[in-house]
Design a binder for this molecule. Structure first.
Ligand SMILES: [Zn+2]
Length: 166
């Protein structure tokens, strides 16, 4: 890079960074090399804009992924508990019998995962959970299957019954 002292006009061939503080060896005048001094600032701003755009883009992708995950969660199978009643076994011990429907609300055939019944007390605390097998291994698009499960354990405190996929 060619440097020219602004005071005495002496020329130097020196490898000096733009914006660097230099002093003339001839007259002692000190100045900062100019010209491209603002370029690094411009580059930084461009970089900052790029990073900002990238983070906005990443945010959009993240939101879209969340939406996709939410859609995935409400799809494709749905469980509806239609009936909960107590039945007594041969020993007179009471049990909850939970029945309901599994519906494939998607447009494709789906495997049905294991089911979990949970019994909760009046405060919503889980007292008993029990896994059970689905009535069918597969559900075609739009198809439904009825399930009925007798919970082996019993608690008189159980007030709410829920069934979900494991
Ligand atoms: Zn000079």
């Amino acid at each position: 890079m060619k440097l020219t002292c602004p005071f005495c006009k002496t020329e130097y061939a020196a490898d000096v960074a733009p914006g660097a503080a230099v002093a003339c060896a001839c007259c002692g005048h000190a100045w900062r090399t100019g010209g491209k001094r603002r370029v690094p600032v411009l580059w930084l701003m461009t970089l900052a804009c790029f990073v900002l755009a990238l983070s906005v883009f990443a945010g959009v992708v993240f939101v879209r992924n969340n939406e996709a995950a939410a859609k995935q969660q409400e799809q494709p199978l749905a469980i509806q508990v239609s009936n909960v009643r107590t039945v007594a076994d041969a020993d007179g011990q009471e049990h909850f019998m939970v029945s309901g429907t599994i519906r494939n609300q998607s447009a494709a055939i789906h495997g049905v995962p294991d089911l979990v019944v949970s019994l909760r007390d009046a405060d919503g605390n889980v007292i008993i959970t029990q896994k059970f097998l689905p009535p069918v291994p597969l559900l075609d698009a739009g198809e439904t299957a009825e399930f009925a499960h007798t919970v082996a354990e019993f608690s008189a405190d159980a007030k709410k019954v829920g069934v979900e996929f494991k």
